[in-house]
Design a binder for this molecule. Structure first.
Ligand code: IMP
Length: 211
């Protein structure tokens, strides 16, 4: 087995999603890595043809690494609702349509749950993070956070954050700061959000520890 590679210098964040970009930049901040986004480099958005989060993250990271000649990392993530057989899942962004209207997407989830007479509102977010190097080497990390869906509350965060109440909390992801949503404790390696949990694993193998 080859040793994990350490990421230094410039890295591409292969996303065109403004909310994810902000969160990834915040997570990378302590590591002295210069992060440039795929949007800033004018890189095209590849089609997400995978059937798993990690496959789609790899498609985005590999495309950005090849187009830029720099290491690139991408997150593919989504909200999986138990009573909807895991939907919207891989299609979480698509449920918001081309206008990226997440109020409608959240209303659609609530309507689907009512239609099915769902007795549980359990759900989880998944984040698969892939780093790809221009020579084709990749590393994959995954994080999940479990909770309940509630009437949307709060205006912080992005996407489905206002309707997600993480286990052990009385405020939704829409009601807490991004720092609290990450919930990273570098000493213990604990984190709260799915993306931060995947990122801690990535940092433990591929980034130099913050001083
Ligand atoms: P994709 O990974 O670009 O396919 O998009 C994932 C979609 O899942 C996002 O557009 C959001 O709708 C949703 N999502 C992923 N992570 C989060 C999160 O941390 N909060 C809220 N919604 C999220």
């Amino acid at each position: 087995m080859s040793a994990p590679r350490i990421l230094t210098g410039r890295v591409v964040i292969a996303t065109h999603n403004a909310g994810k970009l902000v969160e990834m930049r915040e997570l990378l901040m302590p590591f002295g890595v210069e992060a440039v986004s795929a949007g800033e480099l004018g890189l095209p958005e590849p089609e997400e043809t995978g059937t798993m989060f990690a496959e789609n993250a790899a498609i985005k990271a590999i495309a950005a690494a090849q187009a830029s000649g720099l290491p690139a990392f991408a997150d593919d993530s989504g909200l999986c609702v138990n009573a909807l057989d895991g939907a919207p899942g891989l299609f979480s962004a698509r449920w918001a349509g081309s206008s990226k209207d997440f109020s409608s997407a959240m209303a659609r989830i609530a309507a689907e749950l009512d239609k099915r007479g769902a007795t549980t509102r359990r759900a989880h977010f998944v984040s698969a993070l892939v780093i790809a190097w221009p020579d084709g080497h990749t590393e994959t990390f995954e994080g999940r956070v479990f909770g309940d869906l509630v009437e949307p509350r709060g205006s912080q965060g992005f996407g489905y954050d206002p309707m997600f109440l993480p286990d052990g909390y009385d405020r939704t992801f829409g009601e807490i700061s991004s720092e609290e949503k990450h919930g990273v404790d570098w000493q213990s390696g604990n984190a709260l959000s799915h993306r931060a949990r995947a990122f801690v694993l990535l940092a433990q193998s591929c980034l130099q520890r913050p001083v």
